[in-house]
Design a protein around this ligand. Structure first.
Ligand SMILES: Nc1ncnc2c1ncn2[C@@H]1O[C@H](COP(=O)(O)OS(=O)(=O)O)[C@@H](OP(=O)(O)O)[C@H]1O
Ligand SMILES: [Mg+2]
Ligand SMILES: [Mg+2]
Ligand SMILES: [Mg+2]
Length: 358
């Protein structure tokens, strides 16, 4: 199967990183504020180090683009030591699996180098034939992580500037699709209590859900989005960001009102929203821009896009145009993101356009 080794590596790398984030989530969390005033935690740094070291071990020639860098750790010995403790403590219980992703990191220096391994420049169109770039968000929804809500570790492989493989580790999503989705204080629930999924997709191979465990790759089950037609839009489940600073709740409300949607949207942090759609827990994800200048980051959507598309869904911007992955670290040619099933796509996009035009 195409991308078999890539998929296996990505699943194991994310499973290992989630051991770290789950452990961090059990502590009293604090964060450091970045220059854009957004938070970053020891969980983000540690997860980035673990995933990048696995990717470099398996695919030394691939480029990697990731959200964080190690500058704050190089200047802060206490913070660096804390991250290093967690990184050393995170190893898969299956020895063969652990060694296939390179085994434990050897030193604090290797950890910092791994974190800074996510600084690859973009991968613009010309000459990108066959160019492979991994896009990593070590914790997507850091604000959700801090609140004990949903978060995801998100990893995608882009080839010729198109996502061809994506994995989302969602430690706080229910394994049983009929269980309610916890949106707050979910981290008190751990592995073995029915929470934690790995949702993955490879182009042309569909979307798969696995239990997020601590050893080797678990058996997967295929998953599809729910099929919702225009006549059922009123009962569709919409989801949106928790943070009104990340997407416009006001615009979303006007859109759902226009479509006659009866229930309130589910507010959930991170790409767990894409995973929820792919698992048939929700039907539409709206992310309407709050600011005219914000450019969506590729690591916030690449894994989500392929996971939803392979589950039968559509992903585009507020104009209904496909996301343009050839612009480097951001989606600067697109504004906002809309995700929906094929049966309601045209209807949703037309409502989005009407609301934005008004
Ligand atoms: N202004 C603005 N507009 C849109 N998006 C923004 C904005 N500012 C930040 N971000 C990005 O939002 C990512 C988290 O998105 P979520 O959907 O999880 O939002 S929320 O956590 O529910 O608030 C978040 O990802 P993480 O930093 O990985 O958490 C940011 O990349
Ligand atoms: Mg993110
Ligand atoms: Mg992040
Ligand atoms: Mg962030």
């Amino acid at each position: 199967m195409p991308y078999e080794t890539e998929l296996r590596t990505a699943l194991l790398a994310l499973q290992r990183a989630s051991l770290l984030t789950r452990r961090v989530a059990l502590t009293t969390l604090s964060s450091v504020t970045k220059s854009d005033r957004s938070p970053v935690t020891v969980g983000d740094f540690g997860a980035q180090a673990l995933v990048i070291s696995a990717l470099r071990h398996a695919f030394p020639d691939d480029a990697i683009v990731a959200e964080e860098d190690a500058a704050a750790l190089r200047d802060n010995e206490a913070l660096r030591g804390k991250v290093w403790d967690y990184v050393q403590g995170a190893g898969l219980s299956d020895e063969g699996a652990e060694s296939s992703i390179g085994g434990p990191l050897k030193s604090e220096r290797d950890m910092l180098d791994a974190i800074d391994g996510g600084a690859s420049e973009g991968f613009a169109s010309a000459g990108s034939q066959g160019r492979r770039v991994w896009a990593l968000d070590p914790i997507d929804g850091t604000k959700g992580f801090l609140r004990g809500g949903q978060y995801a570790i998100a990893l995608a492989l882009l080839v010729d500037a198109k996502p061809v493989l994506g994995v989302l580790a969602c430690p706080n999503l229910p394994q049983d699709a009929s269980a309610p989705i916890p949106t707050e204080h979910a981290h008190e629930k751990g592995e073995g209590e029915g929470y934690g999924v790995l949702v993955s997709a490879v182009a042309g191979q569909g979307t798969t859900v696995r239990v997020l465990g601590s050893g080797g790759v678990a058996e997967g089950k295929p998953t599809k989005m729910r099929e919702v037609g225009e006549a059922q839009i009123g009962s569709a489940v919409f989801c949106e960001s928790v943070e009104s600073g990340h997407s416009s709740h006001d615009h979303h409300a006007l859109i759902t009102q226009k479509l006659g949607v009866t229930s309130s949207p589910v507010r959930m942090d991170s790409q767990a929203k894409y995973a929820s759609l792919a698992m048939g827990l929700a039907d539409v994800y709206l992310r309407l821009p709050v600011s005219a200048s914000y450019q969506e980051k590729i690591w916030d959507h690449a894994a989500g896009e392929i996971v939803v598309k392979e589950a039968g869904g559509m992903v585009g911007d507020v104009q209904g145009r496909p996301l343009d992955w050839a612009q480097g670290r951001t989606l600067k040619e697109n504004k906002g993101v809309v995700v929906a099933g094929k049966g309601v796509w045209d209807m949703v996009i037309s409502a989005v356009k009407d609301v934005l035009a008004a």
